[in-house]
Design a protein. Structure first.
Length: 202
């Protein structure tokens, strides 16, 4: 452990691995709100946060549980399609609140290509927000729509039906067939857009 008269104890959130203060400093210097994406083993949530002298202020927020409760989403709250829809929902709310630009804040998540956090950012971009992000890190369209999940489920159902039932047991018990993921995704996406008065394709 470092010692000496010049040694400074790192801030608590730095010690706990919760905050990268250098990144936060850069966010504040940008003068723009942060598009904050966080995920756990069960959920994904997004917030648009503005830094002020008295502390951070959350302007809008969206949580993957909302997809279930408000729009009838049945396909799980932590996958890539759900991340996109949460980002879309938060983006639409931000635009309605007059926020059209933000900087991405993925916290301590790794910036890996095709990560769920970038699916959420893609949703916000489609909602009309401007967020600097490389096209290379955004998941492909088939992953966002759940086509890869549907294809895998279809293949598994044909070759290993018992494994299919085990692996997708939670979704199946809720009356959802993962093989219909792309169609369900489009249905919920259109519901969200319609709720906020946006026509699909605009």
């Amino acid at each position: 452990m470092a010692r000496g008269p010049k040694y400074k104890v790192p801030k608590r959130r730095r010690r706990e691995g919760k905050t990268n203060y250098y990144k936060r400093y850069r966010y504040i210097l940008s003068g723009k709100p942060r598009f904050v994406v966080r995920k756990t083993n069960k959920y994904i949530w997004v917030q648009v946060i503005k830094a002020t002298p008295i502390g951070d202020v959350t302007i809008v927020a969206a949580h993957s549980r909302e997809l279930v409760k408000k729009f009838g989403w049945k396909a799980g709250c932590k996958n890539t399609p759900a991340a996109y829809l949460v980002g879309l929902l938060a983006g639409l709310r931000a635009v309605r609140a007059g926020i059209t630009e933000a900087v991405p804040d993925i916290g301590l998540h790794r910036a890996t290509r095709g990560a769920k956090v970038f699916a959420a950012i893609k949703g916000a971009l489609d909602a009309g927000m401007k967020i600097p992000v490389s096209e290379e890190v955004i998941p492909s369209e088939d992953r966002i729509r759940g086509e890869t999940i549907a294809k895998y489920a279809m293949q598994l159902a044909e070759t290993e039906p018992e494994k299919f039932k085990r692996q997708f047991s939670k979704l199946l018990s809720q009356g959802f067939d993962p093989r219909t993921m792309p169609q369900h995704f489009e249905e919920i996406r259109n519901k969200i857009l319609e709720y906020y008065g946006v026509k699909a394709g605009e």
